[in-house]
Design a protein around this ligand. Structure first.
Ligand SMILES: Nc1ncnc2c1ncn2[C@@H]1O[C@H](COP(=O)(O)OP(=O)(O)O[C@H]2O[C@H](CO)[C@@H](O)[C@H](O)[C@H]2O)[C@@H](O)[C@H]1O
Length: 646
């Protein structure tokens, strides 16, 4: 349950500090706390904030219950100084650090004495420190992918690990995603999920659609899978060998409607999540959720206390369909403007094309309470005409609620000292297993077994975004050098054919593995010396983080999250441990990419100790979700402070 409960300020008040009147209140998030003017007259009143537990039993007759009448669970709390000026006007709140006292244990006089001491000691610099409040939220992730159940890229990784990180910090977290059944052995991934026997009707696309829910509780998270026949088909979540599925708008409209119902109807662990819930909606597939909250639920008094945060992992995909499809979405006509999108003249197909479309991602940008992108660099890029894919003006308008939070990684899955997929384990303290992994990789791929030869790797979707065009242009020159190059990827059939053809041309030097294979991706990450990422744009990028953790040196285009996470090598850095973790290049040209790669290759060959330094610095960085999860909590806290945006 959401545990930030606003309960009335206790009406006992007392003077604590000479020359100061302090009024203690509680239940206000730490970011409301303002710095004290030392000369301000302060007045203190005391009250308590429940940590977790049932909502405050509010007594209508006595809205200001005395201490003894307070339910036990609410007695332990944080004390906040409510600061007023000489005229009695509120100027802010400050937490009295260490104030998690229990009134049962602290008679009022003692409380007063202690608070006096504390207040005297703390009303100064110490109070300026940010104090931690213990607030937990009910969070519902909505996503098209969540690893290990479904994954085609980084979205799956993030939605498979960030929820666990948030749950471990005390939040109640549910992840709603489709129950894809592809008719392959991979379907077994859902075998732990049980049918909740809770089917609901969703009204969209001109009919009542029946969807079911499956549930698995794992690692502290409620994994909820929406079941519908349209999620049962061969291929990947989004398409098959014939291309992208034509009914994806329908499938993800179902997901969004079902996700909005889930907190209301699913008794997970015996209790529903309820209406005071935070929806964390990821990319266009989940973007209808904030629109539904505003257009379908709030006008009927439902979800008035809910908030939504849109997370943009990739703005290039927006869920755009012809405007005539609006009527299918189960939204009131008057909300059409929220999703409406008009393409500029140059982007229209023919003279009769009016350019009008429905754009899911735009709908969320104009209705969500907060917006997050997956790195700071990218949060700026999407407000520019180059990086915003047409949505930059709208995003600029919402700049005040736009944040960049760099992704973490699942450090238990990606750990070279315990990775189940790699043949030899190693760590920053003992790197000997890395070269053995390299030899095994060469063996597995049929490349000459040469421990001294630098091996360059690439892993990713074969897509314009990932800079395959640049690799294509530079491969002939690169192959003149004494290196090996291993590529793993799937996507654009033209690039897949090019990989096969390149392998045929450079049999002793190049391997192109066409397909999606998680164990191989781990072995390439461990067995390569260098990981190449010449992405045209990269919202965050996870492979460079995995690479650094495995002592594989990234060579990346300096863009988005790559710029934020890879520090360029500088052997002359004055600050210890600041010599960098890889190579970055910009602008994005074939020449710059080759120059950066040659620096890396030369360092690998001639400066072994520098190379080991690069490896160790990358391997010992903190990639856990802790930092990002804390920032997500802050964004959620801000979202609940303001009234709903729509
Ligand atoms: N053929 C293959 N076989 C096995 N594994 C493969 C694979 N191709 C890709 N992968 C895996 O998929 C993930 C890709 O993650 P990325 O973050 O690099 O890219 P993606 O563009 O999908 O994600 C988007 O969302 C993420 C998450 O926010 C952002 O980091 C990113 O910049 C943004 O484009 C990695 O775990 C990688 O190992």
């Amino acid at each position: 349950m959401e545990s930030l409960q606003l309960t009335p300020i206790h009406h006992h008040s007392f003077v604590l500090v000479r020359h100061s009147h302090l009024q203690l209140g509680s239940h206000f998030p730490s970011s409301l706390l303002t710095r004290a003017s030392r000369n301000a007259n302060l007045r203190l009143t005391r009250s308590f904030s429940g940590e977790v537990g049932p909502p405050a039993s509010h007594n209508e007759d006595n809205p200001f219950p005395l201490k003894d009448e307070q339910p036990q669970e609410q007695e332990r709390g944080l004390l906040l100084a409510r600061e007023t000026d000489d005229f009695g006007s509120l100027v802010g709140f400050r937490l009295i650090p260490g104030s998690g006292i229990t009134t049962e244990e602290q008679p009022e006089a003692k409380v007063g004495e202690e608070l006096e001491e504390k207040a005297e000691a703390k009303v100064g610099e110490e109070l300026e420190e940010k104090a931690e409040t213990k607030v937990s939220y009910n969070i519902t992730f909505v996503t098209a992918e969540a690893a290990p159940y479904s994954k085609t890229g980084g979205l799956g990784d993030v939605c498979g690990s960030l929820p666990i990180a948030l749950a471990s910090r005390g939040h109640r977290v549910m992840v709603v995603s489709p129950r894809y059944m592809h008719g392959t052995s991979e379907d077994a991934r859902y075998s732990g999920a049980v049918d909740m026997d809770c089917n609901i009707q969703i009204y969209c696309f001109g009919a009542a659609q029946e969807v079911g829910f499956y549930h698995e509780y794992r690692k502290g998270v409620d994994w909820v899978f929406v079941d519908h026949p349209s999620f049962h088909r061969a291929g990947s979540p989004y398409g098959d060998m014939y291309g992208t599925f034509g009914d994806n708008q329908f499938r993800y409209t179902l997901l969004c409607h079902a996700a909005c119902e889930a907190p209301l109807v699913l008794p997970l662990g015996g209790y529903t999540y309820g209406e005071r819930c935070l929806f964390l909606v990821n990319d266009w597939h989940a973007s209808l959720v904030p629109v539904l909250l505003a257009a379908k639920y709030r006008p009927h008094g439902v979800y008035k206390d809910a908030r939504s945060v849109l997370v943009i992992h990739n703005i290039a995909h927006q869920g755009v369909e012809p405007i005539v499809t609006y009527g299918n979405l189960g939204l009131p006509l008057e909300w059409r403007g929220a999703l409406e999108w008009v393409f500029p003249n140059w982007a229209r197909m023919h003279a009769l094309d009016t350019g009008e479309a429905v754009n899911f991602l735009k709908g969320a940008i104009v209705t969500a309470d907060r917006i997050v992108t997956v790195s700071k660099g990218y949060s700026w890029e999407i407000t520019t005409s180059e990086g915003g894919y047409g949505l930059h003006e709208l995003l600029k308008d919402r700049k005040s609620v736009l944040s960049g939070i760099t992704n973490g990684i699942d450090v238990t899955e990606w750990d070279p000292s315990s990775d189940q997929y790699i043949p030899f384990k190693y760590s920053a303290d003992d790197l000997s297993g890395k070269v053995k992994c390299k030899i095994e990789l060469q063996k597995e791929l049929g490349l000459p077994e040469r421990p001294d030869c630098p091996v360059i790797g690439f892993i990713g979707r074969l897509d314009y975004q990932k800079g395959i065009e640049l690799i294509r242009m530079g491969i002939a020159e690169l192959m003149e050098d004494d290196v090996q190059f291993v590529m793993l990827g799937s996507g654009n059939p033209a690039y897949e054919d090019w990989m096969r053809a390149t392998e045929a041309t450079y049999r002793d030097k190049f391997r192109g593995w066409v397909g999606f294979n998680v164990p191989i991706s781990h072995r390439i990450t461990a067995g390569c010396d260098i990981l190449l990422m010449p992405s045209t744009f990269e919202p965050c990028g996870l492979n460079q983080l995995y690479a650094m953790r495995y002592g594989t040196i990234p060579v990346v285009h300096q863009t988005g999250g790559l710029r934020d996470t890879v520090q360029n090598f500088n052997p002359f850095a004055e600050v210890k441990n600041d010599e960098g973790t890889g190579w970055t290049f910009s602008p994005l040209t074939k020449e710059n990419m080759l120059v950066a790669l040659r620096y890396a290759i030369q360092t690998y060959r001639e400066y072994k100790s520098s190379w080991e330094g690069l490896m160790r610095r990358g391997m010992t960085r903190d990639y856990t979700w802790v930092n990002a999860a804390t920032q997500y909590e802050q964004v959620i806290e801000w979202a609940f402070m303001d009234p709903p945006y729509c």
